[in-house]
Design a protein around this ligand. Structure first.
Ligand code: ATP
Ligand code: MG
Length: 393
């Protein structure tokens, strides 16, 4: 029998390193966290500079609110945040960050320098931290906003450093994230420089089409259809591509929940399902979709990287994604709806809500095996100009 070993509390340093590992998986996670902080700070322009795939050097510069001089060291403490103040706030998160652990995690595994100045402040603050230890914190001259430089990622965590991919692959993961940030924030001008070369520079004109153009070029624009759907619980906006620009991987799929970039196999399936048999097996459609939902109806506190979410009504979200995509593609909203079903229900189908109620009912309780006699398209039910209902006899 094995003898019992003594139990001891880990040192703060070790605990920090373990926690940091959950937030900072690779250089792209650092870029994600810092860009999200810049967005939460109300920035309209963000520059991302990287060298050596982000392993050697990352610099994020923004023109956001900046941090008050007296708060600068606090920002690097674990569980220090300006975004929530109590557990109740976790039920309705409206900012990208809320856990108060990104800066402390990044500072624990790198050499970090921040310069920040709030609006109208006479001077700014510079702080330098190595492996979690503050080496310098002093007044400095700098532009309004915040600039953070991160050097030598995982220099003090050899186990992690060993598992990083090549500089090229880590740089590609950062480009990938930057593209997602650009399409998720069309109102923010985001620039990515890799080893001094401009990779992306979005205009920040608030138009998703401009952001898509910046990432994919003009070739995709003739093949994308606008999605604009609202059933009262889920508001889905963005673009889906026709089958002609589908790809054998999910590289062209970007999903946002309340403008937060997330991954969801279920929603992805919901979109794919809308294409039915028109898309070949092994091919995936292009989409850039944002699902707007009440903050109370979605839990974003699932994983430290905040890339997973849980909907209160996941089935509803998936169904909404399917219907929204079908409508954008100009397909029948639901193949099983029959005109007489709708008419005989004697309901005032004055809103898309009511139509979707009918769609939901059909999906949950299919009719008695009879083939639908007429498939209704969205345009048959709603006038395209003002989306008000057509008069149903
Ligand atoms: N670029 C920035 N501009 C202004 N304030 C910032 C910036 N970056 C960080 N902060 C401030 O520092 C605090 C700590 O940042 P940190 O990223 O560690 O936590 P968070 O964003 O609150 O939560 P999360 O850990 O989920 O990202 C933030 O709450 C914010 O007040
Ligand atoms: Mg943050």
């Amino acid at each position: 029998m094995q003898t019992a070993k003594r139990i001891q509390v880990l040192s703060k340093h070790t605990a920090n390193q373990i926690a940091a590992g959950e937030v900072v998986e690779r250089p792209a996670s650092i870029v994600k966290e810092l860009v999200e902080n810049s967005i939460d700070a109300g920035s309209t322009a963000i520059t991302i500079e990287i060298n050596g795939g982000g392993i050697d050097y990352i610099k994020i510069t923004d023109n956001g609110s900046g941090i008050l001089a007296e708060d600068v060291p606090t920002a690097f403490l674990r569980h220090a945040t300006s975004k929530i103040s109590s557990a109740d706030d976790l039920g309705h998160i409206s900012t990208l960050g809320f856990r108060g652990e990104a800066l402390s995690s990044i500072a624990a595994v790198s050499r970090l320098t921040m310069r920040t100045r709030t609006k109208n402040a006479e001077s700014g603050t510079k702080i330098h931290i190595e492996g979690g230890d503050i080496k310098e914190c002093a007044e400095c001259g700098c532009a309004e906003g915040t600039a953070i430089e991160v050097r030598n990622v995982f220099y003090n965590v050899p186990a992690r450093l060993k598992f990083l991919k090549s500089q090229r692959a880590e740089g590609a993961a950062i480009s990938d994230y930057a593209a997602r940030a650009i399409m998720g924030n069309p109102g923010v001008s985001i620039k990515l420089l890799n080893n001094g070369k401009v990779i992306y520079h979005s205009p920040g004109d608030g138009q998703l089409r401009s952001a898509i153009f910046c990432i994919y070029g003009g070739e995709v624009l003739p093949h994308i259809k606008e999605v604009d759907y609202d059933d009262g619980r889920f508001r889905i906006t963005g673009y889906v591509g026709t089958e002609s620009i589908s790809r054998p991987n999910r590289q062209q799929q970007s999903l946002y929940i309340n403008s937060r970039y997330v991954r969801s196999q279920q929603i992805s399936y919901g979109v794919q399902r809308a294409f039915d048999t028109r898309i070949m097996v092994g091919k995936f459609p292009f989409y850039v979709l944002d699902i707007g939902v009440n903050y109370e109806d979605v839990d974003v506190n699932v994983h430290p990287n905040k890339m997973e979410v849980r909907f209160k009504d996941e089935q509803g979200a998936v169904r909404a994604a399917t219907i929204a995509t079908r409508m954008a593609l100009g397909d029948p909203v639901a193949p099983t709806i029959r005109r007489e079903d709708i008419i005989t229900k004697k309901t005032a189908f004055g809103s898309i809500n009511a139509l979707n109620a009918a769609v939901r009912q059909e999906i949950v309780q299919p009719t008695d095996g009879k083939k639908p006699d007429k498939q209704l398209s969205y345009s048959e039910l709603f006038k395209p100009a003002d989306k008000s209902p057509l008069k149903l006899k």
